[in-house]
Design a protein around this ligand. Structure first.
Ligand code: TYM
Length: 325
């Protein structure tokens, strides 16, 4: 099966990115053809500092490798290293109704949070559809917040195929992890733009501070608590084994558990999971050439795939064929 997904380099990656998407990206590299890319064109809708954009792009690559991406199995590349995606996006835009983009939740949500409503932000789902369709992806592992974008991609593929009486573009399906919507420290969806994240690779002191500040209600320690409504437990479920989770749930229902206790355990679990990877991450971060080399090789493989698809698209729409430069 062909798997494809992308992550924006718009800041340090957080537990929402990990449990919503990256964890399954790593798992799916076994037994599938996996393509993962760093969506630096997309990040330009919010990051306008050139140094930051290139630093975050490099850091996402380093994080993926530290988290277990194996470049001999999966193709890891930078979106902008395959500029053909912009051409496919334009072609898709010509068969996409404006009404479809008007309905995008993510666009409305972002402008509500003060992000400039640029044409790029509006066009974002078209570029994302091109990312997916360019590689004929079967499945796109993402968090819940991206599902509508994939449904829009399905619509655009159908519209293109219908307009040109072809089946060149393949319908992709979203693939959700168990944790499709990871809450942040305030209980809202964890998101860079909500300032409620816990990073995957926080300095130890920082992570502790953030975990201890997770919002909880004011139920006294002795009282029973509803395990379904606790932000700390929601995060602990992602890191602890099933028996431990069941035990905490039981104790919540009986009463006598203080939130401080659960937060302390959550921090321990976070450290157990991510501290061993920190060292690997530091080594990778220091070896720019190695990481750059992986990205360049990834781009070569991705570009070859992209070119195969574009050739068929050119033919379908009546554009002249070109040789890959
Ligand atoms: P981005 O960079 O916002 O997030 C990367 C991935 O992390 C998931 N995610 C979450 N999952 C669960 N709970 C959360 N709190 C949470 N926060 C983030 C996202 O759903 C996503 O899977 N538009 C995409 C990037 C993109 C893309 C693509 C993805 C561009 N082209 C093509 C797939 C295919 C985005 O902004 O993700």
């Amino acid at each position: 099966m062909r798997i494809l997904s992308g992550v924006q380099p718009s800041g340090p990656l957080h537990l929402g990115n990990y449990f919503g998407a990256i964890q399954q990206h790593i798992e799916l590299q076994e037994g599938n053809e996996a393509f993962y890319f760093i969506a630096n064109y997309h990040a330009m809708t919010t990051v306008h500092d050139p140094e930051l954009l290139s630093r975050y792009t490099h850091e996402v690559a380093v994080d993926y490798l530290a988290l277990g991406l194996d470049p001999t199995r999966a193709v890891l590349f930078r979106q902008s290293d395959v500029p053909e995606v912009q051409e496919l996006a334009w072609i898709l835009a010509t068969v996409t109704g404006k009404g479809l983009l008007d309905r995008a939740h993510s666009y409305k949500d972002k402008i509500q949070r003060g992000i400039v409503p640029s044409m790029g932000l509006y066009y974002y789902p078209v570029l994302m559809a091109a990312d997916i369709l360019l590689y004929r992806a079967d499945q796109v592992p993402v968090g819940q917040d991206q599902v509508q974008h994939i449904e829009m991609t399905q619509d655009m593929a159908q519209s293109f195929n219908h307009t040109y009486r072809t089946d060149v573009l393949k319908r992709p399906e979203p693939r959700l992890n168990r944790a499709a919507r990871v809450p942040g420290i305030d209980g809202e969806k964890m998101s860079k733009s909500y300032h409620n994240t816990i990073g995957i690779f926080e300095p130890p002191g920082e992570a502790k501070k953030k975990i201890m500040s997770i919002k909880t209600d004011s139920t006294p320690v002795a009282d029973p608590k509803d395990p379904a409504r606790c932000n700390v437990l929601a995060l602990l479920r992602l890191l602890a084994g099933p028996e431990e989770v069941a035990d905490w749930e039981d104790r919540y229902r009986k009463g006598g558990v203080g939130y401080g206790q659960v937060k302390t355990r959550l921090y321990e679990l976070y450290e157990e999971r991510f501290a061993p990877l920190r060292e690997r991450r530091e080594r990778l971060a220091a070896d720019r050439d190695y990481v750059e080399d992986i990205l360049r090789q990834g781009a070569r493989r991705a570009r070859a795939e992209a070119h195969l698809l574009l050739e068929q698209v050119w033919m379908a729409v009546g554009l002249p064929r070109r040789r890959q430069g």
